[in-house]
Design a protein around this ligand. Structure first.
Ligand SMILES: *Cc1c(COP(=O)(O)O)cnc(C)c1O
Length: 402
């Protein structure tokens, strides 16, 4: 059967608006579409393809597990799930792991656990959840309501209750809301979708202290910032602040769907048998690939390589801006980077992304004013240089039209 982009509009629910081209093959940081046109990939499947496309370690883990065992259900456990859980526990503050299939599901588990913990330890009244404007935590009804853009949760009927929003990097706005009935404060230790906002040390340490003062749990959503993205294994490690619950997904599977919630034994004990679950959570295929991705990323060479590549990206971006004067600042950390467009190009992030795609370079946006990149953590330097040359061409055309 001949597949074309128009088939999407014919058979798919219209909640996405995908690009006109259809990629059919990927290798490393390169993609090819149906007509054989090549693209350099700075988008990385939105911070998912942490080792690029078809990394040999992931392909072989998947193939090996495919011949052994695909699925059991959680009436039984399996070796890959326990191996990945052990790797996560060994590498982080956590003592216990719950597996899900996505970021939203990991966050849903985190929020339900926090509510259950608070109810059991302190009583029904301790249910308030504080989250942040522009924050993003997924699209289930609970997580999207905790997220900081009402537009995403409006229009679906009554929302989950007792969720309030403070301003990111504004400790006073948290102080004004937090009290002894606060059950949890949830945040991204590097806001992704909201425009790539780095937390200040004062803010992140202040939030930790406020949580301690009011017996509230601190939940870090590291779905986008985790698994090497910032150059640390998890962003919290570079901040000197440890959460009570951490969620991880996206890069954890390197392209295979998986999510996980990490926490301590004392908190985890409240999710007793029957309180929560998922048919596919801990799936052997997902965990086998996840283990290969996690072990590959969690090495000094890969993590140090992220910081080296960040420096190369920043140099290219500075040169681009010196030439065309398009942005006010570079945002982000490691290989979650963006540039915030200046006054002249407000609202035009999407135009930059589309112009780059026309030249054969895949980029992302983070809101209307920020052009974002989340490439493979092991992207070859040559692909960075060539991709940036394509971006230069795209920007030259765009600026000429403006
Ligand atoms: C992408 C993302 C999610 C949602 O993950 P899904 O796998 O799409 O459910 C949650 N939180 C953050 C910070 C994200 O970037």
């Amino acid at each position: 059967m001949q597949v074309s982009r128009s088939l999407f509009d014919e058979v798919m629910v219209p909640n996405y608006a995908p690009a006109p081209m259809i990629p059919v093959k990927g290798q490393g940081s390169r993609l090819w579409d149906q007509s054989g046109r090549e693209y350099i990939d700075f988008a990385g499947g939105i911070a998912v393809n942490c080792l690029g496309h078809c990394h040999p370690a992931l392909v072989s883990a998947l193939k090996e597990q495919a011949d052994k065992l695909w699925h059991l259900s959680n009436t039984m456990t399996n070796e890959p799930a326990l191996q990945l859980a052990k790797a996560l526990v060994d590498a982080t503050f956590a003592e216990k792991v719950y597996f899900a299939n996505s970021g939203a599901e990991a966050n849903e588990a985190a929020l339900k656990l926090a509510r259950r913990w608070a109810k059991n330890e302190f009583g029904e009244q301790k249910s308030q959840i504080i989250a942040f404007k522009q924050g993003f935590h997924g699209r289930t009804f609970f997580t999207v309501t905790v997220g900081g853009q009402a537009a995403y949760s409006d229009g679906f009927g009554p929302k989950p209750a007792d969720i309030v929003h403070a301003e990111y990097n504004n400790l006073d706005s948290v102080k004004a809301l937090i009290n002894d009935n606060t059950c949890a404060v949830m945040l991204e230790p590097l806001q992704g979708e909201g425009g790539i906002i780095t937390p200040t040390a004062e803010f992140i340490q202040g939030v930790r202290a406020l949580c301690d003062q009011h017996n509230a749990l601190l939940i870090f959503d590291e779905v986008q910032s985790g698994v090497g993205r910032t150059g640390e294994l998890y962003a919290y490690m570079g901040l000197g602040v440890t959460p009570d619950i951490l969620t991880t997904a996206k890069a954890l599977g390197g392209g295979f769907p998986i999510g996980a919630m990490l926490t301590t034994t004392a908190i985890a004990k409240h999710l007793v048998v029957g309180t929560h679950g998922s048919t596919y959570g801990g799936n052997p295929l997902a965990c086998a690939v996840g283990l290969a991705a996690f072990n590959t990323v969690n090495s000094p060479a890969v993590l140090q390589g992220v910081k080296e590549r960040e420096a190369v990206f920043r140099e290219h971006l500075q040169a681009l801006n010196a030439k065309y004067n398009i942005f006010t600042e570079i945002r982000g950390q490691g290989l979650l980077l963006g540039f915030a467009l200046n006054e002249q190009y407000q609202g035009k992030a999407r135009d930059f992304m589309l112009a780059a795609a026309d030249e054969g370079l895949l980029m992302l946006v983070a809101g209307p004013n920020v052009v974002r990149m989340a490439p493979s953590l092991v992207i070859p330097l040559d692909d960075i240089h060539q991709g940036m040359a394509l971006l230069d061409k795209a920007v030259a055309k765009l600026v000429a039209k403006a």
